[in-house]
Write a protein that binds this ligand. Structure first.
Ligand code: HEM
Length: 227
């Protein structure tokens, strides 16, 4: 009896850690940023550092959300599929925070200067399209919208890949490196691009089929087919 109870408690404890992952992935960087801001650990230009950090965190969470399905294909671990929605929503929340650092903290919501400057910064337009896609996906991420949109929901939510690609275009544009000459600060954006390329490759139907065959498993469940 005691061992059955402790086994159940252990199982429940494991479940808590599994559920906590997406929340920890989003809140730990927030706590770090808060600490660094107040401790003056963000360098000589804290606003720029915070804008950059929030942009990178939004992109990281977006890629983590995109990694869930390929991870499930490779490992067969079902629980990871439930991380997609919270990670995607947190990616959107961080993108909103990123925009607020840019428009609110940096420009003090001075719409006149913003309008003038944004015209000369095409990467802001790419960022705006990306955040609009994330907003549409966040808004329609509930079961209610899934039922309401039917087959169109799946098509709409495929835009998440476009959001990932556009976020990377935005990143390359911002860092102003020489992409073809492989010079400048393009190391990190290149690493993010490599990760996204692998994730997209693993989503290709022939690759999915080959992985499934190698694992010698039955076809994947309903939850994955809905993704
Ligand atoms: C209206 C939307 C957006 C605006 C106005 C915007 C603005 C900016 C600005 C001004 C910077 C450069 C900061 C600097 O170096 O001085 C930046 C960098 C960046 N943004 Fe955005 N952004 C937007 C949307 C997004 C979205 C949706 C993502 C990702 C999902 C994103 C990811 C990044 C990344 C990764 C960087 C580079 C960080 C680094 O240099 O390490 N941005 N953004």
């Amino acid at each position: 009896m005691t061992s059955a109870v402790s086994k159940a408690t252990r199982k429940q404890g494991k479940g808590i850690w599994e559920r906590a992952f997406p929340h920890a992935a989003a809140w730990l960087p927030a706590l770090w940023l808060l600490w660094a801001w107040y401790a003056g650990a963000l360098g000589v230009n804290p606003i720029q550092a915070a804008t950059r950090f929030s942009g990178r965190t939004a992109l990281t969470l977006l890629l983590l959300s995109l990694a869930c399905t390929p991870f499930h294909i490779l490992s067969g671990w079902n629980k990871v599929l439930s991380w997609r929605r919270p990670l995607g929503l947190y990616a959107f929340a961080w993108a909103v925070g990123h925009l607020l650092f840019f428009a609110g903290v940096d420009y003090g919501f001075d719409w006149g200067s913003l309008r003038l400057d944004v015209g000369t910064k095409p990467y802001v337009w790419v960022g705006s399209v990306t955040i609009s896609i994330l907003a549409a996906l966040a808004l329609t991420s509930s079961r209610w919208w899934m039922a309401r949109l039917g087959k169109r929901w799946k098509r709409l939510h495929r835009l998440v890949y476009l959001a990932g690609i556009l976020a990377l275009v935005h990143y390359f544009w911002v860092v102003k490196g020489n992409f073809l000459g492989l010079s400048g600060s393009i190391g990190l954006p290149l690493a993010y691009s490599a990760v996204l390329s692998v994730l997209l490759f693993l989503r290709l139907p022939p690759v999915r089929r080959a992985v499934r065959k190698r694992r010698g498993r039955k076809p994947l469940g309903r939850s994955l087919r809905a993704s």
